[in-house]
Design a protein around this ligand. Structure first.
Ligand SMILES: *Cc1c(COP(=O)(O)O)cnc(C)c1O
Length: 359
């Protein structure tokens, strides 16, 4: 049976990428060893990390002002590294749109003051607070947003800007490279790889080099951005295999016509699935229509019992990992770049059958 995996992360990877990695798994090029068995300082790995960086630069349209870094510890490590390097007792403005931004705020409190500029916690994060209602701090050390809320299923349709002089930082873990945007409007972007860029184990950090100059002298070497900038993300042994996979995934994005190419397919997938949800009197989308995520489609059946039945029967039909996050329940279909249109069509076909049988 053909399996379509709707997991939120680690998530499915493009079939072509998995195939290519399989072909090279035991013997990389003429080395006679797998890439993960080879030195990060040897002649095979350097071109891989260079290609990963070049692909990111090309796809995001980055200028030389930016560094492209590969760091371990997941997006969650960035929740503490950012304030540790950039806050220095100042105030961080955080827009709280879900569990992940709440965690970013919690860590920032360890290093300074946090102003929750806006929050949708009261309504279970079912929308993105209007930018016109944000209460920003003049001279904030940075403004932090979460561009796509993986658990709640909301996404900024228009990315905000920060007041002049305030660095804009975005956690783009679950929608990086899924849509065209102007990366140069951001001072820092980060994303755990395991949603749209590759396997877990590496976090992509794109930041203006000048920002890293703020770090105080007492921040440990491994937690300083400048260490990664100066040593090309190779101060210590980097996660070589995860970076190799990220290079393959970004090669794949380029082959799809770049981010514009994948965005076109992403828009069509999301339109089809939300269109079905809107027409259905059985399944329901639970988030504000204007803020719906094109990556994580959160929905419910009429009851928790039917949610569980749907998830189990979908799985038996080759549609796996449709359970909502443990904090919110319900169902969630994550349809990142690697999910083909056929997967979404198979899901809708099954949802129609389930609706007829359980109405
Ligand atoms: C998955 C996710 C995280 C956490 O990523 P880890 O790599 O597990 O630390 C943070 N933010 C967002 C938006 C996510 O989707």
């Amino acid at each position: 049976m053909k399996i379509y995996n709707f997991a939120a992360g680690p998530a499915m990877l493009p079939a072509e990428v998995m195939k290519k990695a399989q072909e090279e798994f035991c013997a990389y090029q003429d080395s006679g060893s797998g890439l993960m068995e080879l030195s990060h300082r040897g002649k095979y790995f350097k071109p891989v990390i260079d290609r990963a960086e070049a692909n990111v630069r090309e796809l995001l349209g980055l200028t030389d002002e930016y560094s492209v870094l590969f760091i371990q510890g997941g997006a969650s490590m960035q929740f503490c590294m950012i304030p540790m390097n950039l806050l220095n007792g100042g105030t961080a403005d955080v827009v709280e749109t879900g569990v992940w931004s709440k965690k970013a705020a919690k860590e920032a409190k360890l290093f300074g003051t946090v102003n929750i500029a806006a929050s949708s916690a009261d309504t279970k994060y079912d929308h993105i607070p209007a930018v016109s209602d944000w209460k920003l701090t003049p001279g904030a050390a940075y403004l932090h947003i979460t561009s796509n809320n993986t658990i709640a299923g909301t996404q900024y349709q228009t990315l905000p800007t920060a007041p002049a002089g305030v660095p804009l930082i975005a956690d783009m873990s679950s929608d990086i490279m899924s849509r065209v945007f102007d990366a140069t409007k951001f001072d820092m972007i980060y994303a755990g790889a395991q949603k749209n860029l590759g396997p877990s184990g590496v976090t992509l950090v794109v930041m203006k080099k000048a920002l890293a100059e703020r770090t105080a002298a007492n921040v440990p070497t491994m937690l300083r951005y400048s260490t990664y900038i100066e040593d090309g993300s190779m101060f210590n042994t980097p996660p070589t295999y995860s970076i190799y996979m990220l290079a393959l995934v970004t090669d794949w994005v380029k082959a799809q016509g770049g981010i514009a190419g994948v965005e076109e397919v992403n828009n069509a997938k999301a339109a089809k699935l939300y269109g079905f949800l809107d027409d259905s009197s059985f399944f329901k989308s639970t988030v504000a229509v204007a803020d719906r995520s094109r990556m994580n489609v959160v929905f419910r059946t009429p009851s928790e019992e039917l949610d569980a039945k749907f998830i189990a029967e979908a799985k038996a039909n080759g549609l796996t990992e449709l359970k909502g996050h443990r904090l919110v329940g319900g169902c969630r279909a994550s349809i990142y770049n690697a999910m083909p249109m056929e997967g979404v069509e198979a899901l809708i076909k099954f949802m129609k059958e389930f609706e007829v049988a359980n109405r």
